[in-house]
Design a protein around this ligand. Structure first.
Ligand code: S3P
Length: 438
């Protein structure tokens, strides 16, 4: 189990690219595998989460050539997957396991989906329950609430489902099952979650209907879809660590190239700007149906902000790093309606409150959020260097690393192997920005 030591430093300067978007990479692998013929997936996310999804499709008979900058997927068509001879290991990935559960429910073979210790603690009932309503045959621990999940492919029927949670994983799982179901599958959610599945369906020419409150799909399309090139935008959730780092460390000026700015993901940019951050969105363009831009971030002083339930889905993965920004802002930040954070790779409300307190911040947990009294990031009031842990959660590890840059002494973070799940090379990118003199 590795550790990361952060010595306070700065400023962050220079231009970098971040890994390809994790959510889009998973989906691109899935839809390319089901396409007829070859697809290329360029600038894909090379973290373990996406590689596990890639390996799952290889185990189901799909040839995927892996190069550092591009995957070439030899799609075998709508019914082209074959039964894997072993359980599919989704590692740490909630997206991997939940999307695969939907896709595999309507195949004509048997699969077992499992993952690491964190994934085996996370709630699966949110997909298993509606999939069973569609006719799926899924067994799992605690009546299907926990992985491993054993899926016996079944004949599915379309479903109209009002999801109690705003979750792109639930929505996408049901849409993938819906592709194989008879009739229409329609999913609504309390607030719109990220829409990468819908956009990528369109990119591959798969019809999907969207209105204000729901997404629907017709099952068993008469014609399949052809392989396509997909260029994956940089992951805004990975960029977020450097956006906050550059904002907090005086004298910083960082440009991050080709970052996805899908409006269902940009809560972090809106909230930081409201807090006083200096973020410029440059060179807007589109790749594979997704908006992309370069982001230039210069150091700025922040003030506290109130974040309520309506802003949670488009910011969901950025709360750990947002807590760091809040800890160094002037005044109070209150986050409410964010109970979903308790069922991520770790309980992110507890993880961040505990670790930031070790660093001298005032962070109070509530049932569904946090209240943070910011220090104001002045030279006299700084975070303290501390001995911290990641709880095996990649986003907690990277957030504490950024907090450590602003502290008065060294911070040591235990259990940082998890960074590999989403951001291989995080430490070297950080060093690259710290050593650029311009
Ligand atoms: C994701 C959806 C979100 C997000 C996760 C990726 C996706 O999870 O937190 O990192 O790719 O669909 P939920 O669907 O649980 O909100």
């Amino acid at each position: 189990m590795s550790a990361l030591t952060i010595t306070p430093a700065g400023p962050l300067r220079g231009t970098i690219a971040v890994p390809g978007d994790k959510s889009i990479t998973h989906r691109a692998i899935i839809l390319s595998a089901l396409a007829e013929g070859d697809s290329t997936i360029s600038a894909y996310g090379r973290g373990e989460d996406c590689l596990n999804t890639m390996r799952a499709f290889q185990a189901m008979g799909i040839q995927i050539e892996e190069r550092p900058e591009q995957l070439r997927v030899r799609g075998k068509g709508f019914w082209g997957l074959t039964e894997p001879s072993q359980p599919l290991d989704c590692g740490n990935s909630g997206t991997g396991i939940r999307l695969l559960a939907g896709l595999l429910a309507g195949q004509d073979f048997f699969t077992i989906l499992t993952g690491d210790e964190s994934i085996r603690r996370r709630p699966m009932g949110r997909v298993v329950k509606p999939l069973r309503e569609m006719g799926a045959t899924i067994a799992g621990r605690k009546g299907g609430e926990l992985a491993p999940l054993a899926i016996t492919g079944s004949r599915l029927r379309g479903l109209t489902y009002a999801s109690p949670v705003a979750s792109a994983q639930v929505k996408s799982s049901l849409l993938l099952a819906g592709l194989y179901a008879e009739g229409t599958t329609r999913v609504s959610e309390p607030r719109k979650s990220r829409d990468h599945t819908e956009r990528l369906f369109r990119h591959f020419g798969i019809p999907v209907q969207e209105d204000d409150s729901a997404v629907s799909i017709e099952g068993r399309p008469a014609v399949g879809w052809a392989g396509k090139p997909v260029v994956v935008p940089g992951d805004l959730s990975a960029a977020a660590f450097f956006i906050v780092g550059a904002t907090l460390v005086p004298g910083s000026d960082v440009t991050i190239t080709s970052v996805g700015i899908n409006p269902t993901r940009t809560g972090i940019l809106e909230i930081l700007t409201e807090m006083g951050a200096n973020i410029q969105i440059l060179n807007r363009r589109e790749e594979a149906g997704e908006p992309v831009a370069d982001l230039r971030v210069r150091a700025a002083s922040l003030h506290g902000v109130r974040i309520g339930a309506e802003r949670i889905p488009q910011t969901i993965d950025e709360f750990p790093i947002l807590c760091v920004a809040a800890a160094l802002a002037e005044g109070e930040t209150a986050i409410t309606g964010a109970g979903e954070l308790r069922v991520k790779e770790s309980d992110r409300i507890a993880s961040m409150a505990t670790e930031l307190r070790k660093m001298g911040a005032s962070a109070e947990e509530t049932k569904d959020g946090l209240i943070i009294q910011g220090l104001g990031n002045t030279r006299s009031k700084r975070l303290r260097g501390a001995a911290c842990t990641s709880y095996g959660d990649h986003r907690v590890a990277m957030s504490i690393a950024i907090a450590g840059l602003t502290a008065d002494s060294e911070t040591r973070i235990q259990d940082t192997d998890c960074i590999e799940t989403s951001f291989p090379g995080f430490e070297s990118k950080l060093l690259e920005l710290l050593t650029k003199i311009s």
